[in-house]
Design a protein around this ligand. Structure first.
Ligand SMILES: Cc1cc2nc3c(=O)[nH]c(=O)nc-3n(C[C@H](O)[C@H](O)[C@H](O)COP(=O)(O)OP(=O)(O)OC[C@H]3O[C@@H](n4cnc5c(N)ncnc54)[C@H](O)[C@@H]3O)c2cc1C
Length: 417
């Protein structure tokens, strides 16, 4: 039976939905793309082979204003939330290893921004970046050898010394981006281990602090232009003012936790949901770069007297690659927009976007290698590097399994294990 359509008469909500980028957003996208194309791409293979932090490229990014808090703040303040995703996609389209060397400092900066006081923000954020002539990097150290996905079980301890108003940190951090070479390390440590994640706090370790040592620099499968290392903290003493947010706030939080009051788990989850679309956008940039390369190659490479793209097997693979990339981008834009509008992430939409983009990046870069055949497998062509770079996106910032866990819990309301 046909039902009569209800005529929508309400005018309370204006119709503002649009996928059209504004002039400002196009300007951000084109600016970062220009830098990625002109400076990042040509340097990508060299720094991947060298497995070193590409300081000259960071310096160039700092010179044009792309590396520093001002750029990040400009992206953050876009009322639609899309600018950081746009910039990340373009930068990582240029190269992911170099992209991570440039964007890696935004991790400690985001931690200082979300947990720190205005004074801490003013003091430490500029030091994470250094100056255009002498850029520095920052590191955010949470993971430990025995605490990766399960960050509630951190063993690094922070003990307060009231006589000196100092914190003393001891422990080992693992896989830290920029670990040991950073000017500023933000370290998450346990103050009250029996309270799990609710007994943890974040500390700034100022440049040159004694007791902080870099472990061995890790040799990686991909993202090789980005420095990754373990960090050892051996009775590492920092002033009381290095506790992000201050001691009164921490004492209050711990007292509440001891009384059995419910923790602000929702707020912690929201923080992850807010940052995950940006990580997804990085993966998206890699996927798009590989897709574009393969599309171009397939139009030029001839076998059996015709371009290989004239075979459905190749053309359909490229169609599917484009489809998956666009689907991932829509999820990223949705989650970025929701975050900026303060919408609740009822279905863990931020996790969805990172999960999808990470898996798309791995799949698309593998397809691109297949389309390039033997050439795709060599370091003469960039897609094997892109494939190596893509893989980390199903592992860090929450593995794919952890993203599925978060989504499953959000949609079911159950404690899925
Ligand atoms: C290049 C690189 C850069 C990094 N940068 C940083 C950084 O800057 N700062 C930082 O703090 N950390 C960083 N990390 C660490 C990264 O976040 C962790 O490696 C990641 O969280 C996974 O932890 P793990 O390696 O201990 O794996 P594990 O937690 O041991 O997981 C191993 C496997 O078990 C699965 N698994 C675990 N628990 C569950 C579960 N409950 N249900 C289903 N499956 C599960 C995982 O999905 C995974 O497949 C970096 C890592 C790398 C490789």
């Amino acid at each position: 039976m046909l039902t009569k359509l209800r005529v929508m008469t309400t005018t309370a909500e204006p119709a503002v939905f649009s996928l059209e980028l504004s002039d400002d957003q196009r300007a951000v996208r084109d600016w970062v793309h220009g830098f990625a194309e002109r400076v990042v791409r040509p340097a990508a293979a060299e720094w991947d082979e060298r497995e070193e932090t590409p300081w000259p490229v960071i310096q160039e990014a700092a010179r044009i204003g792309l590396y520093g808090f001002e750029a990040l703040a400009q992206f953050w303040t876009d009322p639609t939330g899309l600018s950081l995703a746009l910039a990340s996609e373009e930068l990582f389209w240029g190269d992911a290893g170099i992209g991570m060397s440039i964007m890696g400092s935004s991790l400690p900066v985001a931690a200082i921004y979300s947990a720190g006081t205005p004074e801490q923000l003013g003091e430490w954020v500029p030091q994470c970046y250094g100056t255009a002539d002498e850029p520095a990097v920052g590191a955010f150290c949470v993971s430990e050898p025995n605490a990766g996905s399960d960050v509630s079980s951190l063993r690094t301890r922070a003990r307060y010394d009231p006589a000196k108003d100092e914190w003393v940190l001891t422990g080992q951090k693992a896989w830290a981006t920029n670990g040991g070479i950073a000017a500023v390390h933000v370290v998450v440590a346990s103050v009250e281990p029996e309270l799990g994640a609710r007994g943890q706090a974040a500390f700034v370790i100022p440049p040159g602090t004694r007791g902080l040592e870099m472990g061995s620099k890790l040799k990686k499968h991909g993202l090789r232009a980005s420095h990754t290392a373990d960090v050892f903290l051996d009775d590492c003493r920092v002033p009381g003012t290095c506790l992000l947010g201050g001691k009164d706030k921490l004492d209050e939080r711990i007292a509440r936790a001891r009384e059995g009051a419910r923790g602000n788990g929702q707020a912690a989850m929201r923080t992850f949901e807010l940052s995950r679309p940006t990580v997804g956008a990085q993966a998206l940039g890699i996927a798009r770069a590989a897709y574009e390369y393969a599309l171009d190659y397939a139009g030029q490479r001839e076998q059996f007297g015709r371009p290989i793209i004239e075979n459905q097997a190749i053309a359909f693979a490229l169609a599917d690659m484009k489809l998956e990339i666009d689907a991932a981008r829509l999820l990223i834009w949705r989650a970025s927009w929701m975050g900026r509008q303060g919408k609740p992430f009822d279905a863990a939409e931020g996790s969805m976007s990172k999960l999808k983009a990470g898996e798309v990046a791995v799949w698309v870069t593998e397809r691109a290698m297949q389309i390039l055949g033997g050439n795709g497998y060599t370091r003469e062509y960039p897609v094997e590097r892109m494939h190596r770079d893509a893989k980390i996106y199903t592992i860090f910032e929450g593995t794919s399994e952890i993203q599925r866990l978060v989504i499953a819990r959000a949609i079911s309301g159950m404690q899925i294990r």
